[in-house]
Design a protein around this ligand. Structure first.
Ligand code: MTE
Ligand code: MO
Length: 376
């Protein structure tokens, strides 16, 4: 059984598949802390978790087809300045279950917790590339490829790539990370090394990283070329051409209500409700505002935002928020709570899922709606 050597997992996680293991925390717990504890951090594995022998582990860095610089874990830790960043990992399929309700899609049925936020530490991509003799600003290659140690049945590893322009823009922010929340990475999150690419979709943040190289080709990995791309709502499996769309990189603005959960019964006679959740945008775009409604989007209040202590154009972490909203006078025993966020580019979320439905159920960032009951 290729899944015979998987790590122990926190039983409160809610699995969406067991082999490979995929799971999200209960959303009520997700936004209790700015930094998601390791054992609550959502897990997205496409393949079995590799068993890494630290004696032979080497991270290779260079140019495709050429000899590469090889670093063991001590060299990676000692030979480069250690940099820290709080940064989100979010799966492109987060909140897919809302799309499934409109029309079936292919993919794990994620609720709203396929996203987490941790503090990562490691060497910068720029520093390790320089050590390998590569200047990202001057190289002529078109892509930078990251490969992991987890392999499919045919023996090819999980991999992903970034267009070189994006790698140049982020070269001092991308971490070759060996720590999560102050200690080594857990096996599920990439032990011993993963790449953290702030502001970019989870799929490119390769875990169990052992190979980085410049190439003129995008990663040939299935999940780079034949998946994790967006299409319009009229494209379905009979007419999709994955070559016609770009690989998802920086994600759109999103927000979600985590507390109360869908279907919650409030206290009888409640006149107001306290709502909590997260908001985040790709590309480092800070969250400027989160709007909350208790009448399905007719009237709005602004939520209080927890500061991230990151700059407006490099906000890699999520913004947790809270609002206490009066319930409508004639609520008739129920209310629809709604949230939507605005980022520093004044991007906002679409009001409904129908218009952004797509066959893979990715990029699901419509206004989030949660129904609660109010007993009299
Ligand atoms: N890296 C490897 N090597 N193998 C994988 O299956 N999954 C990717 C990415 N990196 C994956 C990977 C996807 S799709 C996501 S969303 C994130 O890891 C999830 O990271 P996490 O499990 O630490 O939350
Ligand atoms: Mo993902």
């Amino acid at each position: 059984d290729p899944y015979g050597n998987e790590p122990k997992r926190n039983p409160v996680l809610i699995p969406s598949s067991l082999k490979p293991y995929n799971a999200e925390p209960p959303s009520l717990l997700l936004t209790e802390q700015f930094l998601t504890p390791k054992d609550l951090f959502f897990v997205r594995n496409h393949l079995p978790v590799p068993v890494v022998d630290m004696k032979s582990y080497r991270l290779e860095i260079g140019i495709e087809g050429k000899n590469k610089l090889k670093l063991n874990i001590d060299e990676l830790k000692k030979n480069f300045p250690k940099m820290y960043t709080a940064s989100v990992v979010q799966c492109a399929g987060n909140r897919r279950s809302e799309m499934t309700k409109i029309k079936a899609v292919k993919g794990l049925n994620w609720n709203n917790a396929a996203i987490s936020n941790a503090s990562w530490a490691g060497a910068t991509l720029n520093d390790v590339m320089n050590k390998a003799g590569i200047d990202l600003d001057k190289c002529s290659h078109k892509h930078i490829v990251f490969e992991g140690m987890d392999k499919g049945p045919e023996g090819s590893p999980y991999g992903a790539s970034l267009p070189i322009e994006l790698a140049r823009q982020l070269k001092n922010d991308i971490l070759i990370a060996y720590e999560m929340n102050g200690t080594e990475l857990p096996r599920d999150h990439g032990y011993p090394v993963r790449v953290i690419i702030p502001g970019v979709v989870g799929a490119r943040q390769v875990k169990w990283l052992n190979n980085i190289y410049l190439s003129n080709e995008e990663s040939t990995c299935h999940w780079q070329r034949k998946d994790y791309k967006g299409f319009n709502a009229s494209v379905d499996w009979h007419n999709v051409d994955f070559e016609k769309s770009e690989a998802i990189q920086q994600l759109p603005v999103i927000s979600s209500i985590c507390d109360p959960a869908e279907g919650t019964e409030l206290e009888s006679g409640a006149e107001e409700v306290t709502v909590k959740g997260y908001a985040w945008s790709g590309g480092g775009r800070a969250i400027l505002r989160v709007d909350i409604s208790a009448d399905g989007g007719k009237t709005w209040m602004t939520a209080d935002l927890q500061p991230t202590n990151q700059s407006l154009y490099k906000t890699w972490a999520w913004t947790l928020w809270e609002a206490t909203v009066p319930l409508p006078a004639n609520h008739g025993g129920k209310a629809e709570l709604t949230c939507k966020a605005v980022d520093v580019s004044y991007n906002c979320q679409p009001d409904n899922v129908e218009g952004i439905w797509n066959l893979r159920g990715v990029l699901s960032n419509a206004w989030h709606r949660v129904n609660v009951k109010i007993p009299s």
